[in-house]
Design a protein around this ligand. Structure first.
Ligand SMILES: NC(=O)c1ccc[n+]([C@@H]2O[C@H](COP(=O)([O-])OP(=O)(O)OC[C@H]3O[C@@H](n4cnc5c(N)ncnc54)[C@H](OP(=O)(O)O)[C@@H]3O)[C@@H](O)[C@H]2O)c1
Length: 289
């Protein structure tokens, strides 16, 4: 019989590739969905859908019952209290039920800048607390501290313009979600991957501007890349009462200060080194478009 894995956040940009890879690798995949109809429209008929919300512990029992593993892909925000409510408390709820129902492995998407010294930033604080809850649960876990995903480059485009917010001087090892998804899936099969915190990096380092220029030149040749000062985005967010824009400005201020941390050697050795270059990934996106 196939082992059953619940994916929390499978409708998300970085949750869906994991759900699809797990299915490809022979697992039965169940998806926790706040809105199963919306999830079905996005994901099709491939997965068993169970209605549930990480903020409502009683709704998690049915979804976690019978699962070998649980993968958690959650995004809070834009306000600090939303990170606390969804990423921290939501993970605590999933972990508590998982421990009680005998789940044998939890995987969790954290971030490559998630360190105690950066806990002044609300999403880092919530992720650190979520990681602690996972570690303390007694359920074997693999935590993925992944760097910037290539998939997020498309979020910088509005119409015919792509914006780099701020200077963004740090070179980043852009990662394809498909490479990351293979590593998550493999971790469920590998006893040595238990109780580890993995740093996951793509094969080449490019600044945000370099990466966005390459992405636009291949996938969106008509789009022009320009730089927008952080203070300007912050001001637009404030005068338009747009909390999401204000958060993006703060996030970009954070990324401008903080680059990648950690060492990917162990992840690469155990789970397979990510090999997709930005150029290869962009070529794939151009063919899909
Ligand atoms: N972008 C990057 O480069 C990068 C790098 C490293 C780490 N990360 C981290 O990756 C994580 C996931 O990002 P993403 O882009 O996949 O986010 P996303 O597209 O916004 O997906 C978030 C998922 O969480 C689900 N969700 C939210 N609240 C929920 C609740 N109360 N109960 C159940 N499900 C809930 C959403 O389901 P609905 O369909 O119901 O909304 C959605 O499936 C984030 O924490 C981010 O910080 C991102």
């Amino acid at each position: 019989m196939k082992q059953l894995i619940l994916v929390v956040g499978a409708t998300g940009m970085l949750g869906e590739p994991v759900a699809r890879q797990l299915e490809k690798d022979g697992y039965a995949v169940r998806v926790l969905a706040r809105n199963p109809e919306k999830a079905k429209a996005k994901l099709g008929d491939s997965f068993e859908l169970v209605r549930g919300d990480v903020e409502v512990p009683s709704s998690l029992e049915k979804a976690i019952e019978g699962c070998f593993g649980v993968h958690i892909n959650l995004r809070g925000g834009p306000k600090a209290e939303d990170f606390e409510r969804i990423e921290h408390r939501g993970t605590v709820n999933v972990v508590d039920v998982s421990a009680r129902l005998g789940v044998q492995r939890i995987t969790y998407l954290s971030g490559a800048a998630v360190f105690e010294k950066n806990s002044w930033f609300p999403s880092v604080k919530a992720k650190l607390q979520a990681e602690s809850a996972i570690r303390e649960s007694g359920v074997p876990y693999s935590i993925f501290c992944a760097t910037h995903f290539m998939e997020s480059l498309s979020l910088a485009i509005r119409g015919k313009r792509a914006s780099v917010i701020g200077q963004q001087p740090h070179p980043l090892h852009w990662l394809a979600a498909s490479d990351y998804a293979k590593m998550v899936s493999k971790s469920f099969r590998l006893p040595e991957a238990a109780n580890k915190r993995f740093f996951v990096y793509g094969p080449e380092a490019l600044t945000m501007t370099e990466a966005l220029k390459k992405y636009c030149s291949i996938v969106h040749p008509g789009v022009k890349v320009s730089s927008v000062p952080i203070w300007l985005l912050s001001l637009i967010g404030m005068v338009s009462f747009n909390a999401e824009l204000q958060f993006i400005a703060e996030l970009m201020r954070f990324f401008e200060k903080v680059g990648e941390g950690g060492e990917p050697t162990e992840a690469n050795r155990l789970l397979g080194t990510p090999t997709t270059t930005l150029e290869q990934w962009c070529d794939r996106q151009r063919k899909i478009a």
